[in-house]
Design a protein around this ligand. Structure first.
Ligand code: NAP
Length: 381
């Protein structure tokens, strides 16, 4: 019997790679729902190829030109909760993923989660609901897929520490003055991974690694004190787990997001043979490791501080980061000012305990307004 999947963010980097995995396993995986933002042409091509039962787009005007299309948050939730769906791939950017994630959990669908911002901002609600509904959250992020694979069959109390690897991004080893004149096109050139624009910038600032630390805390139930970030420029070891007996299990492979996607889509079934490129030890005469420079990559340092404070702080951090990254990409904010916008937004926020999605969405909106003001303060004059 095939696994029926809905893909939210089907026209993006993760979404299109998910469909490439589906193409490799046609007898095992069937697309029944697709949701996208505004790339209507690509979505139409996907509809023609996969014949989904439901589709959705971001805006109503685009929904009018696609037969029986839904739109907005409601549309995403429809696609995520179709009765025939077994697994929902969440690969929309940022908090656009939160409502369909919770809707899918409420309908007891297994999640294959790429959108880390959902766990960063609202990890407490998402993991609580998943536990209550006995829903499994399978990570698509390569690091978390690696940790998941290293942990298979082991208990959390056997874990000494989780080792999250980071490529270090395109500006690894640079001095502060060298970061002064970084352009969007320089920051969009990731050394190892081809990804959407927002996560590529987050990788360049190392904010992405900060998000991933928070994601790991929620996914695996390990405290911050048991998580180590290691810069590993070759991105071959995707992450590792050290156990209490001193043994370390690491997961290695090519930098190809289709592998963690495939793992999540087929899980808990057997691993499947594909025709993706293979890793060769001959291509790498050495693998290297170093500590992240928190003085230069201040976003990671800010993330560590935010985790310590907890409550609504991570939600504020993601919102401010969204605004700062968008401003940088629109050439309104220098690259080195991204952490200033985030730090200033965090400073004016009073952290509070939250228990509902509405509270998080409210905090998100207000943090965005505040961050926009700091973009004006720190932006190009
Ligand atoms: N790319 C990676 O390798 C990677 C790795 C790990 C984790 N992630 C995470 O996965 C998520 C997606 O990343 P990405 O790189 O795939 O981003 P991306 O290439 O920018 O794609 C985003 C997708 O979401 C769609 N979208 C935008 N707004 C939407 C809305 N309101 N409702 C439904 N769909 C919407 C976009 O549609 P249109 O293009 O049609 O506008 C596109 O299909 C991010 O949270 C990222 O951090 C990505």
């Amino acid at each position: 019997m095939s696994i029926n999947i809905s893909v939210l963010g089907s026209t993006g980097s993760i979404g299109t790679q998910t469909l490439e995995v589906v193409d490799q396993f046609k007898s095992q995986l069937k697309v029944v729902g697709l949701a996208a933002g505004g790339n209507v042409d690509l979505l139409k091509a996907q509809i023609k190829k996969y014949h989904p039962k439901a589709v959705s787009v971001k805006r109503e005007k685009d929904a009018r030109i696609i037969e029986k299309a839904h739109f907005g948050d409601e549309g995403n939730c429809k696609v995520a909760t179709l009765p025939s769906v077994d697994k929902v791939v969440i690969a929309t950017p940022g908090l656009a993923g939160i409502k369909p994630t919770l809707a899918a959990i409420g309908s007891k669908k297994t999640l294959a989660l790429a959108t880390k911002e959902v766990l960063v901002a609202a990890g407490q609600i998402v993991t609580r609901q998943a536990k209550k509904n006995k829903v499994k959250i399978l990570p698509i992020d390569s690091e978390h897929s690696a940790i998941f694979q290293c942990l298979e069959g082991r208990e959390v109390d056997e874990v000494k520490r989780v080792i999250l690897t980071a490529s270090g991004g395109p500006f690894r080893g640079m001095k502060a003055r060298q970061l002064k004149n970084i352009t969007p096109s320089q920051a969009l050139k990731h050394p190892n991974w081809k990804m959407g624009a927002k996560i590529t910038i987050d990788s360049a600032t190392l904010m992405n690694k900060g998000f991933e630390v928070i994601e790991a805390i929620w996914l695996f139930g390990v405290p911050l004190s048991k998580i180590t970030v290691v810069v590993h420029p070759q991105s071959i070891i995707h992450s590792a787990v050290e156990f209490i007996d001193g043994s370390i299990i690491a997961q290695l492979g090519p930098s190809d997001m289709r592998l963690p996607i495939q793992f999540a889509l087929l899980y808990p079934g057997k691993r499947g043979k594909n025709n993706f490129r293979r890793f060769s030890f001959g291509d790498f005469s050495s693998l290297s490791f170093e500590e992240p420079d928190l003085k230069i990559f201040r976003c990671l340092d800010l993330a560590f501080g935010t985790i310590g404070q907890g409550k609504t702080m991570p939600a504020v951090m993601t919102a401010a980061n969204d605004i700062a990254v968008a401003a940088f990409l629109n050439k309104k904010l220098p690259f080195f000012r991204i952490p200033d916008v985030i730090e200033s937004t965090l400073e004016v926020h009073r952290p509070r305990v939250y228990s509902t999605m509405e509270e998080i969405l409210e905090v998100d909106m207000s943090a965005r307004d505040i961050a926009a003001k700091f973009v004006v303060k720190f932006g190009f004059k």
